[in-house]
Design a protein. Structure first.
Length: 194
């Protein structure tokens, strides 16, 4: 297996030379960072460029393995999650958690993909009862999300085929136990990358 630095160089080669990150850095800038051996910076910028460019599965797999070798666990989980998204698609939504007085959750949770709540996305079991589906939850642009708060999230379904009917504007509910823990409005359904 290649070392992390070789994997990062391979990932750079999978992107167009002028591909920009949101902050304006490009693949050319990443190549300069490689020359200076700024490996964590290289990984961070590649992640940003990959997010903007909707990079392919192989790109994310290279970054996930590089992050694992560099012992950057959050980055590894993010890249592995993006690899799953490239292969299976994802759902983005605006999630509003119920307040602490209404629900069971009393504290914030980290928004780094470790929470896997159940969701009512409208599916029904054979007996007509509500059929809940599990998705890994990433909070966008925030480290955590607490009771009564709202944020955009990425939902990474464990059974993507159960979520294919969703479209922008659909309202789904999050469950951590019996009472509803939050309500989310779908803002984007991202298909698998072909």
């Amino acid at each position: 297996m290649d070392d992390a630095f070789t994997l990062l160089r391979q990932a750079v080669d999978l992107l167009p030379e002028d591909a920009p990150a949101e902050n304006g850095q490009t693949v050319r800038d990443v190549r300069e960072d490689i020359g200076r051996q700024e490996w964590e910076m290289v990984l961070a910028v590649l992640i940003e460029i990959g997010d903007v460019q909707r990079a392919a599965l192989g790109f994310w797999e290279l970054l996930a393995e590089a992050a694992r070798q560099m012992m950057l666990d959050r980055s590894r989980r993010w890249c592995a999650s993006r690899a799953w998204e490239a292969q299976h698609g994802t759902v983005r939504a605006t999630l509003s958690l119920v307040g602490a007085e209404e629900g069971r959750r009393r504290t914030a949770f980290t928004g780094d993909g470790r929470l896997r709540p159940m969701w009512d996305v409208g599916n029904r079991a054979a007996d007509g009862e509500q059929d809940l589906n599990i998705a890994r939850l990433w909070v966008e642009f925030a480290e955590e999300l607490g009771p009564g708060e709202t944020a955009d999230v990425r939902l990474v379904p464990l059974q993507p085929e159960q979520w294919k009917h969703l479209k922008c504007g659909d309202v789904i509910t999050m469950h951590e136990s019996r009472p509803v823990a939050g309500t989310a409005t779908v803002i984007e359904v991202v298909p698998p990358r072909s």
